[in-house]
Design a protein around this ligand. Structure first.
Ligand code: NAP
Length: 368
C-alpha cells in the first residue's frame, strides 16, 4: 500500500473511532441516586430536580430557596408550562444534546423555564419590578416554588386578561411563533401563511399572531382539532388525515413548519417564488440527532435547488417580544389554549404526555 493510502486509511480509521467513541459516551446513562439528599437546612422550597436522564426519574426535592443578587428578582411561581425543549433536556434525547447538557446525567439540576408568578423580593439595583408585581416570562428552574430571573431578561408584567395558568403557557411557544412569523418569515399584511402543526403549543399561538399581523391563515391539523384552530382565527383548515397540503393548488408566501414531516422540496412546490419556509421543529425519530439532522443536512441540500428561503432559528426570549405578546393579550388578540394541567409533583407525567406529540395547545404545571 502506498504511503498516501496508508495515511488516508489511518485518518479514516481515527475518524470512525472518534465517532463511535462519541456515540458510546453520549448514550451512557449514569445510575439514578436512590436516596434523597439530606434536607439542606435554612429556608427551603420544593423543586423538581433532574439528577439523571429520563422523565420517569424526575423527583421533587427540598432545595435552598434562592436569594436574589444584583439585578435579579425572586418570583413565587404560580404556574409553569412545559415545552419539547424540557422533554429533550430531561429525557436526554437525542443523545447529541448531552454534549452541551451533560454526559451521563444533566449538568444543570434545575428544570423548567416558562412561568408566571408574583415578585417576592428584588435584589440590589432592581428598578423595573417591585414585590407584589404579577409577572410572566422565562426563569431558569421555573418548575419549583420559587425561581430567580434577571430584571432585564424575558419577564414582563402579566396582562390582566390572562390567568396565571394562561400566562405561563406563553413565553417559549408564543415567542417562537412571533419570531418565526415576523423576524424569520417576514410576514406582511395580506400575505398567505400556512402553519403546519397548528394545534400544538407553537401552532396555536402562531395562528393568532399571524392573524394579528394581518395575514390570511391556513392551519394544518388533524380532524379532532379542526374546530379548535378555527375558533382561534384560522381562515382555512387542512385536515392532514384527509389531504396533504403539499399536493394542493394554493401557493403560500410563508410556511411555518412546526412538524418537519414533509420534504423541503415538496413544500417548495406550494410556496410562491421568493417566499419562505421557516423550520421551527422536526421529528424525534433519529435517537442520535433528532430534528437536528433535518436542519443541518436536508435543509442546506434543498437550498441548492430553490430560490425559496429556508430559514431555521432558535427563539430568544427577550423583554421586547414578551411586551409585544402582553400587548396582544391585553387587546384580546392572544389567548392560551390549555390542554391539560398537572400539579408540580406530576411533572414527569406531564412530560410523558407532551413527549407523545399530541398536545392540544399548552400543558401547564400548577405550583402555588
Ligand atoms: N426553534 C425553536 O426555537 C423552537 C422553539 C419551540 C419549539 N420548537 C419545536 O417546534 C416543534 C413544535 O413545538 P410545540 O411546542 O408546538 O410542540 P407540541 O405542542 O408538542 O406539538 C404537538 C402538536 O403537533 C401536532 N402534530 C403532530 N403531528 C402532526 C402532523 N403530521 N401534522 C400536523 N400537526 C401535527 C399534534 O396534533 P395532532 O395530535 O392532531 O396530530 C399536536 O397538536 C417541536 O419540534 C419543538 O421542539 C422549536
Amino acid at each position: 500500500m502506498k504511503l498516501r493510502n496508508k495515511i488516508l486509511t489511518g485518518i479514516g480509521g481515527m475518524i470512525v473511532l472518534g465517532i463511535v467513541s462519541v456515540m458510546v459516551v453520549t448514550a451512557y446513562d449514569s445510575p439514578c441516586p436512590t436516596i434523597s439528599p439530606a434536607d439542606p437546612g435554612g429556608e427551603t422550597m420544593r423543586a423538581l430536580v433532574p439528577r439523571c436522564y429520563g422523565v420517569a426519574n424526575l423527583r421533587i426535592e427540598r432545595v435552598p430557596k434562592p436569594v436574589p443578587k444584583e439585578g435579579q428578582v425572586l418570583i413565587k411561581i404560580h404556574a409553569a408550562s412545559i415545552n419539547p425543549a424540557e422533554w429533550y433536556r430531561i429525557s436526554g434525547q437525542p443523545y447529541v444534546i448531552r454534549l452541551a447538557g451533560g454526559i451521563g446525567a444533566p449538568a444543570d439540576t434545575r428544570a423548567g423555564y416558562d412561568m408566571s408568578g408574583v415578585i417576592e423580593a428584588v435584589g440590589p439595583g432592581v428598578t423595573r419590578f417591585k414585590p407584589g408585581d404579577e409577572v410572566f416570562g422565562g426563569a431558569g428552574g421555573a418548575l419549583a416554588e420559587y425561581a430567580l430571573a434577571r430584571e432585564q431578561g424575558g419577564i414582563v408584567l402579566k396582562p390582566s386578561t390572562l390567568t396565571f395558568e394562561e400566562a405561563a403557557g406563553v413565553p417559549i411557544a408564543a415567542v417562537t411563533a412571533l419570531e418565526g412569523l415576523r423576524d424569520n418569515g417576514h410576514l406582511a399584511p395580506g400575505q398567505k401563511v400556512l402553519i403546519n402543526g397548528a394545534s400544538g403549543g407553537v401552532g396555536t399561538y402562531a395562528v393568532q399572531i399571524a392573524k394579528a399581523l394581518g395575514a390570511e391563515v391556513t392551519a394544518v391539523c388533524s380532524t379532532r382539532n379542526v374546530e379548535m384552530v378555527r375558533s382561534i382565527g384560522a381562515d382555512h383548515v387542512i385536515d392532514y388525515t384527509r389531504s396533504d397540503f403539499t399536493q394542493g393548488e394554493v401557493k403560500y408566501d410563508l410556511i411555518l413548519d412546526n412538524v418537519g414531516n414533509h420534504g423541503y422540496l415538496a413544500m417548495v412546490d406550494v410556496t410562491r417564488p421568493g417566499g419562505r419556509i421557516v423550520s421551527v421543529g422536526g421529528q424525534k425519530s433519529n435517537p442520535w440527532l433528532g430534528p437536528i439532522s433535518r436542519v443541518i443536512v436536508s435543509r442546506p441540500l434543498a437550498g441548492l435547488f430553490t430560490d425559496v428561503e429556508l430559514p431555521f432559528f432558535v427563539a430568544t426570549i427577550g423583554k421586547e417580544d414578551m411586551e409585544f405578546l402582553a400587548q396582544l393579550a391585553n387587546e384580546g388578540k392572544l389567548r392560551t389554549v390549555i390542554d391539560r394541567r398537572y400539579p408540580l409533583e406530576k411533572t414527569g407525567e406531564a412530560l410523558e404526555y407532551l413527549g407523545g406529540g399530541r398536545a392540544r395547545g399548552k400543558v401547564i404545571v400548577t405550583v402555588h
